[in-house]
Every structure is written in C-alpha cells, then in structure tokens.
Design a protein around this ligand. Structure first.
Ligand code: C5P
Length: 217
C-alpha cells in the first residue's frame, strides 16, 4: 500500500511549509489540495460565474476537467501561468466559496487521489485525513493561534512587497475558518486518529522534526 501522510489544519497554520518540507526529506510526492480549489475558484471567476449554488454544477464540471499542469513550482491553467494569481487573499476567499459546494468537492476527489504514487505522498488541506485518504497511516492536524497565523501571513506578504493590515488579515482568516468549519460537507476538523500539533511556538524545523519522529515510530 502506498503510504500517505496527511497534514490538515486551518488557514495559514503553516501546513504547506510543513508538508512540502516533510515530502522533500522523505523523497515523497506533495499534494497542495488547496491549490486545486484556488484554481477552480479562479477559473470560475474568469468564466464570469458567481461562486454560489446557482452555478454549483457548472463549476463542478469545470473542476472535473481543469486544464491544469504543475511544473517546477509553477501552476499553469490552460497554458497560462497563474502561480501568483491563485495566492492572493481574494483567491483564498474564492477557493473557500467554491469548496463549500458539495458537487465541486466530489469533482476533485479522483484528481486528489491520483497524486498517491510511489514512493509515497504528503498531502495538505482540510479533509485529507477525513475524506480523501481516510486509510492514511499518519494524519497530522496542525493548529496555531489566530494571532500567530495572521502575523505569519503578514510577514509572508511583506516579504513579497505586498502591504496588508494584520487586523484585516486576521478578520479574513477567521471568516475563512468559520466557513470551512461550518459547511455541511467535509467540514474542517481533525480525523479521529489525527495527531494534534500546535506549532504556535515552534520553528518550521521543530515541527518538521516532530512529524518525522512520529513517522519513524
Ligand atoms: O489551503 P488553502 O488556503 O490554499 O486553501 C484555500 C481554501 O480551499 C480553504 O480556505 C478551504 O476553503 C478550501 N480547501 C478545502 N479543502 C481542502 C483544501 C482547501 O476546502 N482540502
């Protein structure tokens, strides 16, 4: 059976950083499932669709046939580089809206599962351990305080030369967490067999080392 390590958690908890580094150390593949929802949101907006239930099935069909390619850290949508476009706060909010539509979630299941290839996969998202890879041998649920997460997101944006107010970022991520946690399908919550990791006062290296220790146990 091909091993999968799931890393789930709320917005800006550091899942991507942790999961991609663990994948690199183990020589495993890496799935950034949030990127698929971000790309779907972007494709729907570009098609002029409102991101609501009135267009649920149209957006789901788009998700099922996304002309997306991942190459060397870049994301191409229909041949166009959208790497930066899907990383904005607005793209995150749009991702959260399309991800609340059950048909869109179903449309992305097979694509996500297709990333499970030898020698193994590290997958990050909201429902990796609960829905997409329920049989995964290890599931980590990552948390950090809202204040810490807003602060990290702020530093990330500043380093890219983007201005933002910490209070606005915190309000945005709390709104996104609320939508992700309260939706009917695949709400954000730890799998029953998840290991909880609060990285509020950990460095990236400390969380990576912790996950690798758990994996070796
Ligand atoms: O992780 P990231 O911030 O890129 O995800 C963007 C949005 O996509 C999340 O706020 C969430 O609503 C949605 N998402 C999801 N399930 C996943 C990954 C992301 O619903 N597995």
């Amino acid at each position: 059976h091909i091993p999968v390590i799931c890393v789930d958690g709320p917005t800006a908890s550091g899942k991507g950083t942790l999961a991609s580094e663990v994948a690199r150390r183990l020589g495993y593949h890496y799935l950034d499932s949030g990127a698929l929802y971000r790309i779907t949101g972007l494709a729907a907006v570009r098609a002029g669709l409102a991101l609501d239930v009135a267009h649920e099935h149209t957006i789901a069909r788009m998700a099922e046939t996304l002309p997306v390619v991942f190459v060397d850290g870049s994301v191409l949508l229909a041949g166009q580089d959208v790497t930066d476009d899907i990383r904005t706060e607005e793209a995150g909010m749009n991702a959260s809206k399309v991800s609340a539509l059950p048909a869109v979630r179903s449309a992305l299941v097979a694509l996500q599962q297709s990333f499970r290839r030898l020698p193994g996969l590290v997958a990050d998202g909201r429902d990796m351990g609960t829905v997409i890879f329920p049989d995964a041998p290890m599931k980590v649920f990552l948390t950090a305080s809202a204040g810490q997460r807003a602060d990290r997101r702020h530093k990330q944006l500043i380093s890219k030369g983007i201005q933002a107010k910490i209070d606005d970022l915190r309000a945005d991520l709390e709104a996104r967490d609320a939508r992700d946690s309260n939706r009917a399908v695949a709400p954000l919550k730890p799998a029953q067999d998840a290991l909880l990791l609060d990285n509020s006062s950990q460095t990236v290296e400390e969380s990576v080392a912790q996950v690798l220790r758990w994996w070796e146990e």
